[in-house]
Write a protein that binds this ligand. Sequence first.
Ligand code: MN
Ligand code: MN
Length: 475
Amino acid sequence: MIQKMTQKEAKAFSKKVLKEPVLVWDRLSQTDWEKAFDFARRYMAFLDAAKTERRAVEFIRDRLIKKGFSDIDGATAGRGKYFKVFRNKVIAAAVIGKDSLEDGVRIIASHIDSPRLDLKQNPLYEEVDIAMLKVHYYGGIRKYQWLARPLALYGRVVTSNGKMIDVEMGEADTDPVLTIADLLPHLAAKLQNNKRLAEVFEGEKLNLIAGTLPACDPKTGDRFKLAVLKYLFDRYGIVEEDFASAEFEAVPAGKARDVGFDKSLIGAYGQDDRVCAYTSLESLPDAKKPPKTAVALFFDKEEIGSEGNTGAKSRFIEDFVADLFEKTGRKVDERTLRKTLAASAALSADVNGALDPDYQEVHEKRNAARLGYGVCITKFTGSGGKSGSSDASAEYVGQVRRIFNKAGVVWQTGELGKVDQGGGGTIAKFLAKYGMDVVDCGPALLSMHSPFEIASKGDVYMTARAYEAFYNSTE
Ligand code: MN
Ligand code: MN
């Protein structure tokens, strides 16, 4: 039978066994608060510069070069710090460690694509004397969030003779933006108010307003469409057929902002998952060799299921690790490569949804991640009965927990909503297929997948500390 404790004993015992959530700001000193705010400033500059996966690759590559990394496909031997860009949309970086590669590498894998609106391949038309552009949304969006707001346009166009043209419009103060009109409340009632939300906003009504000046006198048809084509031709040399071989992405225009009177939060587009991309980039060992080779992967296409040659389901990771063997003077066969990957440990660096003060009912409060309570370890994702999740083992979560505790990292656990409420997936399972241990780990966001996602500067800072500890741990 349990021996009843005195009040004093119970108090001491509670301290010993109870798990108390720790607010990052309570753990950090005032000097560390400043460090966290400084880190956030640099992170926000990354968000502003990297609104698309292509831009993110360029930023990450430039930063790596500055830090002394060399292109693994280049001729030079390098100094044990390499990167590899593939198809302009996925990038990997590695710092060769003390242990041999076969002992496994430490991988932190994030994604650099975010939900957005892609132009269709025949986007341009005119309706009631307004030139319009048709889009097809990319990733999971709540359509109403994209209406009646300024949108910037980024594009890579390949012309019929193979010339590549990059378009950027809408970020400079003097740039025009594009927008999708929304229905005025005066006229919305009968059409929309009694419909289910899923039916109110139709994908085919997400059309961008592109211009209203006519190209010529009324006798010529399509003169508003023609005016847009004239602008694009004069400015970029683009003709209508070029849309067929173009990737135009409309994203929320404007810069990342401090949120709250205390500026403790960051509001910005694309924090899922560029927050993990930036923190893992900055956590790569710099000064000295890590115990195990540190690998950072920045994938494309996570938001549409990791398909495609730049997504996590591709074999990019195998090629990169094989390249590392070659650069360190080793011949590698299929079996060695497989053994290396199977001996590796990974963090699937992705965000979770933070407990929403206004919608607490979709979370199970005891197991929801909270803003400001540190980096979040998500043991499993998926939906229903953990369907579609790779569900990390006790052994591996135990290892990650020890690493974080030893380094003084403030961490919490989380799950994506109540059981049977919804769910989601990450790239964890595509790493797990190699046999390596993997668990999801990243900060929790409010308004995730919206044009203005919210992160805590404390959590962002703690995420960087967590990734650093993971790379530098000898365990
Ligand atoms: Mn994500
Ligand atoms: Mn996402």
